[in-house]
Design a binder for this molecule. Structure first.
Ligand SMILES: [Zn+2]
Length: 343
């Protein structure tokens, strides 16, 4: 068990770089800082290999019908013997939800206290759980804390996120994900430019164990699922750090967001080609091939504006990565079996 934990502890390191460049969901106008990563955050070979295998060998739907795999997952997550016994004894296989514990921490700035209404937070968690239903993952709040700290979402990003790492080290729980709900700046605009970070989370790592969200966006339809998407391994659909995804899907598990059923996404810079009434991009062609881009506009991990009357969604491939990340990377969290949630 210990070696398992250490393996994924080292896994943590490879994706830390993401927090700075890729994981925030900003409004237009935000510029990304130059990042010089301390040595401890440089990925090692083993970490790289585990990350590669997650994207290369994801098996959509595989976990839905495999009783033994589910029992194995429960054992690794220290689940209740009664849950395991229940699965062992059933004749026909029935899928249950994996219910992860969630600690909610409202961070209150002592100089300008703003206590977010608990009902808004509960609504935000329900929005998250609705988004994760098809990944067979649910989060259940097990602990509510109020932390008095003079921080903002921007101050956490200071010194290349060192402030965030120090904060995480002070407050994180080892075996329970924390959702930190924090203040933003009072003045979001300066020199005729406005910027706002709505939230951030590291991708596939266990060095920190949390998601950070701006109080104002706690019950937004996109922000919380987007940040948990990062926490559970997802990149933006327009990700370019691994290389630009091709419209024809060549090497789609290596390029872009490394998930094949999310079509190539040129990014929100090209949103002039999008009709938000019918939720599609039209007329933008890939250089060289001349093929038209057809990105998933209403994807939780895209940067487009919401489409009219269209829900945000994850693709099956994204759901699969999240499920696998939850059971492999977040392996030190105790999981309960749950029934189909009612919303
Ligand atoms: Zn993001």
């Amino acid at each position: 068990m210990r070696s398992f934990h250490l393996l994924f502890k080292s896994f943590a390191l490879s994706w830390l770089v993401c927090s700075a460049f890729f994981c925030a969901l900003p409004f237009a106008g935000q510029t990304q800082p130059d990042i010089h990563l301390p040595e401890k955050r440089i990925p090692d070979t083993l970490t790289q290999q585990v990350g590669d295998s997650l994207f290369a060998h994801a098996m959509p739907m595989e976990h839905f019908h495999d009783k033994n795999r589910l029992i194995d997952i429960l054992r690794r997550h220290g689940s209740r013997p009664a849950d395991i016994k229940h699965l062992e004894e059933i004749e026909a296989f029935e899928m249950h939800y994996l219910v992860f514990p969630l600690r909610v921490a409202l961070v209150v700035h002592p100089q300008r206290p703003d206590w977010t209404d608990r009902r808004r937070i509960e609504k935000g968690i329900e929005i998250l759980n609705r988004a994760l239903v098809d990944a067979w993952i649910q989060y259940r709040p097990v602990r509510w804390d109020t932390l008095y700290e003079p921080i903002t979402i921007n101050s956490l990003k200071e010194d290349n996120y060192d402030a965030y790492y120090a904060f995480s080290e002070k407050y994180d729980l080892r075996d329970t994900t924390t959702l930190y709900i924090v203040d933003n700046e009072e003045n979001l605009c300066a020199d005729f430019a406005c910027a706002r970070t709505q939230g951030f989370a590291n991708i596939l790592e266990t060095y920190t164990n949390n998601v950070v969200v701006d109080k104002f966006f706690i019950d937004d339809f996109k922000v919380v699922p987007h940040e948990f998407g990062h926490y559970l391994g997802l990149h933006h659909t327009a990700e370019t750090r691994f290389g630009i995804e091709r419209v024809d899907g060549t090497d789609c598990h290596l390029l872009g967001d490394r998930i094949c059923d999310t079509p190539a996404d040129p990014g929100e810079l090209f949103s002039v080609y999008v009709s938000y009434s019918n939720c599609e991009m039209k007329g933008l062609k890939e250089e060289g091939s001349g093929l038209e881009y057809r990105p998933h506009i209403n994807n939780f991990m895209s940067y487009y504006a919401p489409c009219y009357m269209r829900r945000f969604a994850f693709t099956q491939g994204q759901l699969d990565v999240m499920f696998n990340a939850a059971v492999q990377i977040r392996g030190n969290q105790i999981v309960e079996l749950g029934e189909v949630p009612e919303f």
